[in-house]
Write a new protein. Structure first.
Lengths: 367, 79
């Protein structure tokens, strides 16, 4: 028997509200399937399941708010499906349904098979459908001001915990970007607007590749010890137009080509702003990258998102004085910064991580 | 398609990205007014490309600082 529990979708989530089940008893599900939509303080999230099985019982009702870890549903594992499945319920007696009522039910989103018929011989009529549609509880709409308040509370909780528990240290390094800019300009010149890369994609990839040699920045502080993560899943800080921010993950960033990464980044930003993220994207970030360069800041002093142990920030890409081979000139440059958890790493390692990011950005063709 | 129709398309796509947008000063820097980051800007150009079938080379981005410049640029290309 598999117990499907409400997963934690971030350090700022203690509970969630089930908005909708995407499955029903008897449905077969496989690893990665979306089974429910849960509202968190930051977003409505499509929750995935990570085991194969057959849904037996949905315990949580839509509209219920439950703590993280609550058993929401029970499933039979693949092998036990037949043995554990309850005897099939007797087929419901079907009422005749008039074609007009069936059409109207489709339009109003009413399950016509579940309606008692009020017409002759128990037939379901248009009036029955309309009555049922009125009785269906409307999805609760949270006023925008409440959503913004919930978002701020969630950010406040996570960031207060971070500053309370994590001894941050900060480092920064100015990275010359002439080679990266030249490479990117030539790369984009040959491509239609739908296939162009942003400099942010190169920065993400450089951070992920550097983390391969510095795994002590990629993981979580749990209990009294650092727990390295298996994959490099970079959380991308995305500001929302209505206020607040969210930092969902792009999985396995180091293994993706720049084109794939750019597509993933564009898709993630679009879905984050549309409120359509997956639970694995919310729960899996192993480090976060934040880029505030578009807002004109030179440098970012970021705050670690617990239980992660590091966050990398990028400021604006701008011409800066730079000395090379005894000559001073203006080159496009960016300041990369690192906030590290001193329980998990030291400044010496952090400085080497930033140096590795800088070195990778000097060879953009290899990213 | 004339300049007025192009302006309507441009504004519609801007509002899709920034639904809270009410009006835009045509000769003031657009990205500051609408708070468009790099991803928003790219998505905006992709949408214009899809709607108007006009390709905008990256080298021309610097010509697209204001709403008026964008409308002028696209109008010239649409001829």
């Amino acid at each position: 028997m598999i117990e499907f529990k409400l997963p934690s979708l971030g350090a700022d989530m203690d509970e969630g509200k089930l908005l909708e089940w995407k499955v029903k008893p008897g449905d077969k599900v496989k690893r990665g399937d979306l089974v429910a939509v849960v509202e968190t303080p930051k977003a409505a999230v499509d929750v995935e399941i990570w085991q194969d099985g057959v849904v037996q019982e949905l315990i949580t009702k839509p509209g219920e708010t439950i703590p993280v870890g609550t058993v929401m549903a029970r499933l039979a594992a693949a092998g036990e499906a037949l043995a554990a499945a309850p005897a099939p319920a007797p087929a419901p007696s079907r009422h005749p349904v008039s074609p007009a009522a069936r059409k109207h039910a489709r339009e109003l989103g009413v399950d016509v098979e579940k309606l008692p018929g009020g017409g002759p011989h128990g037939a379901v009529t248009v009036e029955d459908v309309e009555k049922a549609a009125k009785a269906v509880p409307k999805k609760e709409v949270v006023p925008p001001s409440d959503k913004a308040l919930a978002m701020r509370k969630a950010i406040a909780a996570a960031m207060s915990r971070s500053k309370r528990e994590i001894p941050h240290y900060y480092l920064s390094q100015t990275i010359p970007m002439q080679r990266a800019v030249d490479w990117l300009t030539a790369y984009n010149e040959k491509r239609p607007v739908t296939e162009r890369l942003l400099i942010g994609a190169l920065q993400l990839k450089a951070v992920a590749l550097a983390l391969k040699d510095f795994p002590d920045f990629n993981g979580f502080w749990k209990g009294d010890a650092f727990e390295p993560a298996k994959g490099i899943h970079v959380g991308v800080a995305i500001s929302l137009r209505q206020g607040g921010l969210i930092a969902p993950a792009i999985h396995d960033v180091a293994e993706r080509s720049l084109d794939e990464l750019m597509k993933s980044l564009a898709d993630l930003v679009r879905r984050a702003r549309a409120g359509s993220l997956r639970s694995s994207e919310m729960s899996d970030p192993t480090i976060t990258v934040t880029n505030l360069g578009d807002q004109g800041v030179d440098e970012v002093f970021p705050i670690i998102y617990p239980p992660q142990v590091a966050i990398v920030g990028f400021g604006r890409l701008a011409p800066r004085p730079w000395a090379e081979d005894g000559m001073i000139g203006a080159v496009p440059a960016v300041v990369a910064s690192l906030a590290g958890d001193h329980r998990a790493s030291d400044g010496h390692r952090g400085a080497r991580l930033l140096a590795a990011v800088a070195a990778l950005l000097q060879e953009p063709e290899k990213l | 398609m004339d300049a007025n129709e192009i302006r309507k398309v441009v504004m519609a796509e801007l509002k899709r990205i920034a639904p809270e947008l009410e009006d835009v000063a045509p000769t003031k820097p657009l990205r500051d007014q609408v708070d468009l980051d790099s991803m928003d800007w790219l998505n905006f150009l992709v949408a214009l490309n899809e709607r108007l079938k006009i390709e905008i080379p990256e080298a021309d981005y610097r010509k697209l600082g204001t709403l008026q410049q964008i409308v002028d640029y696209l109008s010239a290309k649409a001829r």
